[in-house]
Design a protein around this ligand. Structure first.
Ligand SMILES: Cc1cc2nc3c(=O)[nH]c(=O)nc-3n(C[C@H](O)[C@H](O)[C@H](O)COP(=O)(O)OP(=O)(O)OC[C@H]3O[C@@H](n4cnc5c(N)ncnc54)[C@H](O)[C@@H]3O)c2cc1C
Ligand code: SF4
Length: 512
């Protein structure tokens, strides 16, 4: 029997407010959800990332069915379709719909696939704007206009005013827009001390079934499922939000950028997976944080630092993605082409900072922002790794990874592959930064204070070499002047030794 609308719900659109579900008529329409092996395999996804998507999808489908809504749910291993497009095509044949309805996908590739399917089948595809975000794609384009360089800080202030977040009348709460100077401190020698435990959601029967499926179908994929305890329903996600606001938000800002051995979560919210699956609405997250401050339960610098990430960075990054794709995916400002060293997938390197970061990533599918940006992202840029290979890795290994947020962070922030579209300079640092912000160097075979020889920190050597190779370009940027000063003080002999050591490192990245 023909249906009116075949409504597609994609794996990261698991909200009951999904605009594709608006006006759904269970007597006339049908929902289609597909677990497609191609989605787990187009990058070499961490097992926990696959499990998170599948478990959250199955829970959401069960909630829709509990309402009495008809759902075609195609489980992995129980249907013949490798790709989403193949499954959509077959469902069109099965249900002969008058049209497809879907919320704008989070990935350019899938939006293209939907357009292609509509043309191929001569079927109208209604792409409904994604109301999860506070800023629509069109509104971001209007804000950006024809500006070549986009500044998050300007966008963020406009968002604060427009949505009346942390405002006292026309002024920012506390009299300033930015509390970065209060945040971002390192730990002392004693480390972070006692930390509130991160909430864990014990796998229920649906999740246990998914974990078994993932182990069976993706045994070779990276990462472990042993510690899987992520929120997979809206009810879980609301609990995770409440626990964060109560226990970790008050400490969020001060050590936002600090890192410590075997301490992956610190005071971070761990809310990105639930937000990106749309189990949480960013408005409720922002409101909960602001309410905590107004009730005297969390200090303003912590709350502002947190809200800046969601109302500022998250919305901004999504706007930039849709503005710059598909060029962003191909961008390679420095022409870097080296493949990833094998240890990216195992953590088997003597560089303790990379080992800590990658092992933690493989264990949990999680690393916090500075670990991603200033440990592995920094290394990837300094070592001249291919931006496309690096983007594929970041998309594969994090439970919160979806392309609209991953790609701009990799290509734009970490690698400067898009030539500084929204960053005023490349984010590069030597081992001295990692030494200051963590205790990683004290457990390392290398030393950030040794300049040459086998104990010289590879991050530092590659850093000086990067500055040396790009000195001409960096010298034209006033924000890089200070960075270049120590290089200018190096003698020619020192520079030559550094260059030849860097060349040897770059030729043997697998052995570091
Ligand atoms: C190279 C690189 C790759 C990244 N890939 C992803 C990704 O695939 N998915 C993803 O959600 N984030 C990504 N980020 C941004 C950020 O690192 C993660 O959002 C954050 O670490 C998630 O942990 P959390 O929820 O504990 O965040 P918190 O530190 O608690 O921050 C709160 C929230 O703010 C948002 N946020 C923070 N920073 C950013 C940012 N730079 N861009 C967009 N949103 C931000 C997230 O929703 C996050 O949950 C990436 C950053 C870098 C440098
Ligand atoms: S010495 Fe260098 S490689 Fe080792 S942990 Fe420190 S920054 Fe990393």
């Amino acid at each position: 029997m023909s249906v009116r609308h075949l409504v597609l719900v994609l794996g990261d659109q698991l909200s009951h407010d999904n605009p594709a579900l608006a006006g759904f008529d269970p007597a006339a329409d049908r929902i289609l959800m597909v677990e497609a092996p191609g989605e787990a395999g187009h990058v070499w996804s961490h097992k926990a990332r696959i499990a998170l998507f599948l478990s959250a999808m199955r829970h959401f489908a069960a909630e829709l069915e509990a309402r009495g809504w008809p759902v075609d749910y195609l489980r992995l291993g129980e249907h013949p379709h490798a790709s989403l497009a193949a499954a959509w095509r077959a469902a069109v044949v099965r249900h002969d719909p008058a049209g497809l309805v879907v919320c704008e996908p989070g990935e350019w590739r899938l939006e293209q696939a939907l357009h292609a399917l509509g043309s191929e089948l001569g079927l109208p595809v209604a792409l409904r704007p994604d109301t999860h975000f506070l800023t629509s794609r069109a509104a971001f384009q209007r804000w950006a206009g024809d500006r070549e360089t986009l500044l998050m800080e300007h966008f963020y202030r406009a968002m604060r005013k427009h949505h009346r977040v942390l405002m006292d009348g026309k002024e920012p709460a506390g009299g300033t827009w930015n509390f970065d100077k209060d945040n971002r401190q390192a730990f002392g020698r004693g480390g972070p001390g006692a930390l509130p435990a991160a909430p864990r959601f014990t796998p229920d029967a649906i999740t246990l079934d998914v974990l078994a499926t993932v182990r069976k179908h993706f045994p070779e994929h990276p990462g472990s499922l042993d510690s899987f305890a992520w929120p997979v329903t809206r009810a879980d996600a609301l609990q995770a939000l409440a626990a964060f606001v109560r226990e970790r938000l008050p400490g969020f800002g001060t050590h936002q950028d600090a890192m410590w051995t075997d301490t992956p979560f610190l005071w971070h919210s761990l809310l990105a997976p639930a937000l990106n699956l749309k189990l949480l609405d960013p408005r409720e997250v922002i409101r909960a944080a602001e309410d905590a401050w107004r009730a005297g339960q969390a200090p303003l610098p912590a709350v502002e630092g947190f809200i800046r990430q969601i109302l500022g960075w998250r919305e901004f990054i999504r706007g930039v993605y849709w503005r710059d794709q598909p060029a962003m995916g191909e961008a390679n400002h420095f022409g870097h082409t080296r493949p990833l060293p094998a240890w990216f997938w195992t953590g088997e390197t003597r560089m303790n900072c990379q080992r800590q970061m990658i092992r933690q990533t493989l264990d949990h599918g999680y690393a916090h922002h500075i670990q991603r940006l200033m440990v592995t992202g920094n290394f990837a840029l300094l070592a001249g790794l291919s931006p496309q290979a690096v983007a594929g890795w970041f998309l594969a290994v994090y439970v919160d990874a979806v392309e609209w947020v991953e790609l701009p962070n990799v290509a734009g922030m970490a690698l400067y592959a898009n030539g500084g579209r929204f960053t005023s300079k490349p984010y590069v640092a030597s081992g001295a930064y990692i030494k200051r912000m963590s205790n990683y160097c004290s457990g390392c075979s290398y030393s950030p204070d040794v300049k040459t020889g086998p104990r010289a920190c590879p991050v530092s050597t590659l850093y000086w070499d990067f500055l040396d190779r790009h000195a001409h370009m960096l010298a034209t940027n006033p924000r890089c002047t200070l960075m270049l000063k120590p290089l200018e003080r190096m003698s020619e002999i020192e520079r030559a030794a550094m260059r030849s050591h860097a060349a040897a490192l770059a030729d043997g990245l697998d052995k570091l």
